[in-house]
Design a protein around this ligand. Structure first.
Ligand code: BG6
Ligand code: MG
Length: 212
């Protein structure tokens, strides 16, 4: 039996992946580089600057370090403006109920997200109190597919990776979970990835898994 579940945030507990998409799209349009949902899928779980590198490489555009810093800041400003519109109602009832049932079974719950905006998102949506630990972009030096963010989450909980499962929508996140020795559970885009240990099509299916 597992003792804890570490959840990715964007695209797993909330549709903030759509807000990332909207913010990157407006910036890419201004730069005159192509950006679509296929490229956006490659950004799942990837840090802000690495995401910009992928967008620029895909569009065949090269920018100086200073220009890239300015573009990344502009994207984040727009993204945060969108985040300010989030409310507790943006968390699906199924998500809240799944977290509550898991907690009721005695499982520890944590966040493992590459985002430096994690705490703002949790506060806006009234999710902060649902988790025993939060590991995010502010406490890591290497982004997914490196397992650092999940290893830190497990350490914050005082557990070893083999005691924890990770729920992810990103291929990079599944690679990170597998590399860290966690049970990987894929949802959305990651449910089609061959290296995913378990696949779910909606979050409450976790409740049916025998290891919880
Ligand atoms: C991840 C998203 O959760 O956070 C990525 O899947 C994003 O798309 C990354 O680039 C970093 O987010 P932020 O909020 O720090 O720019
Ligand atoms: Mg995600």
């Amino acid at each position: 039996m597992k003792k804890a579940i570490i959840f990715d945030l964007d695209g797993v507990l909330l549709s903030t992946d759509e807000l990332h998409y909207a913010a990157w799209k407006s910036v890419a349009d201004e730069l005159g580089v192509p950006f679509d949902r296929q490229v956006n899928n490659r950004l799942r779980g990837i840090s802000r600057m690495a995401s910009l590198d992928i967008i620029l490489e895909n569009g065949g555009l090269s920018l100086s370090r200073e220009e890239k810093e300015a573009v990344a800041t502009r994207k984040n400003d727009r993204y945060r403006t969108l985040l300010m519109t989030l409310t507790p109602a943006d968390v699906a009832p199924e998500v809240r109920k799944t977290l509550a049932v898991l907690k009721g079974r005695g499982l520890k719950l944590a966040i493992g997200s590459s985002s430096r905006n994690t705490k703002l998102i949790l506060a806006q949506t009234d999710l902060s109190n649902c988790f025993d630990a939060v590991s995010d972009g502010t406490n890591i030096t290497r982004s997914k597919p490196d397992p650092e963010v999940f290893l830190k989450a497990a350490a914050f909980l005082g557990l070893s990776p083999s005691d924890c499962a990770v729920v992810e929508d990103a291929v990079a996140g599944i690679d990170a979970a597998n590399a860290g020795g966690f049970l990987s559970i894929g949802i959305g885009d990651a449910a089609n990835y061959e290296k995913t240990d378990r696949r779910i099509s909606s979050l409450s299916e976790i409740l049916l898994m025998e290891c919880f």
